[in-house]
Design a protein around this ligand. Structure first.
Ligand code: ZN
Length: 281
């Protein structure tokens, strides 16, 4: 993590003086909600859209840049373990690279205590740990992906049902502190359909120790979504999917207390709150 001590002066960035070259192809992308908190998304105005999009990086990790209403915006996913203060990203336009600080506000998430009947899912045995490590390498590589297409960021809820466990809960399984809840749960029964929230390409389909049967969709520019604990998967890696297209069915595979959909949204290799991407009316 990159935490900046003190407060470097926020520099105004004058990007793309050729602002008059507005391209007609920049439609309304329906940006995610700006929420500069741990687990949130900072929507950063990069100025009027010229002929070429600027690029943005956080360390080595590229950051999505999308056009909306004639302006460019960086969509920066903020890690859940970020402390209040400032993070620095770098914006490049043409030959010029400029640092930009992002002020991170405080957000504290509630605690959630859960009891898992399958104790191995909380205290894995040595064989399980080998499997978990192997699977983590696969999923970490998927989360780091950065493909070219500009992502659609106006998501539909992928399953019809009430939202249950929200993003960011500090989790205690069987009395043991574990990773925070890095997704949003939809309370639906086994067999209920799960659909793509936006257009994308299936990045991976697998059966994972904690996540159960899982589908990952790459929406472009580091925006990746994942659907976990499925009873059934209906897509293959490499397959293009359209918004609303079925990708599988809800289940109770992996580490669960019962059937539900766990939906994760990843931006720049960082899980963020999926609710920030849901259409608001
Ligand atoms: Zn969940």
């Amino acid at each position: 993590m990159q935490y900046l001590q003190g407060g470097p002066t926020l520099k105004r960035i004058h990007l793309l003086a050729s602002a008059l070259l507005l391209t007609g192809s920049l439609g309304a992308a329906a940006l995610p909600q700006h929420s500069p908190v741990p687990g949130g998304v900072a929507v950063i105005d990069l100025g009027p859209a010229g002929s070429a999009a600027p690029t943005a990086r956080w360390g080595e990790q590229p950051i999505a840049v999308v056009g909306d209403k004639g302006r460019w915006f960086a969509l920066f996913g903020i890690p859940l373990d970020t402390l209040p203060g400032e993070l620095e990203i770098r914006i490049s336009a043409g030959a010029t690279t400029t640092p930009r600080t992002v002020a991170i506000q405080v957000k504290s998430y509630p605690e959630q205590r859960l009891t898992i009947k399958d104790k191995r899912k909380v205290e894995p045995n040595p064989d399980d740990l080998v499997r978990i490590e192997r699977e983590q390498k696969i999923t970490e590589a998927i989360k780091r992906r950065f493909s070219d297409p500009a992502p659609a960021t106006d998501f539909a809820l992928p399953a019809k049902g009430p939202l249950s466990s929200r993003f960011g809960l500090r989790r205690i399984f069987n009395g043991l502190p574990r990773n925070p809840h890095a997704g949003l749960d939809v309370a639906v029964g086994t067999g209920a359909p799960v659909s793509a929230p936006a257009d994308g390409v299936v990045a991976n389909v697998g059966d994972y120790f904690f996540n159960g049967n899982t589908v990952f969709i790459d929406h472009g520019q580091g925006l990746i979504t994942a659907y976990m604990h499925l009873s059934r998967t209906d897509v293959r890696a490499g397959q293009a999917v359209k918004k609303g297209e079925p990708i599988g069915a809800v289940g109770a595979t992996g580490r669960v207390t019962g059937p539900h959909l766990h939906w994760a949204v990843i931006l720049n290799n960082t899980p963020v709150d999926p609710e920030l991407f849901l259409s608001r009316r």
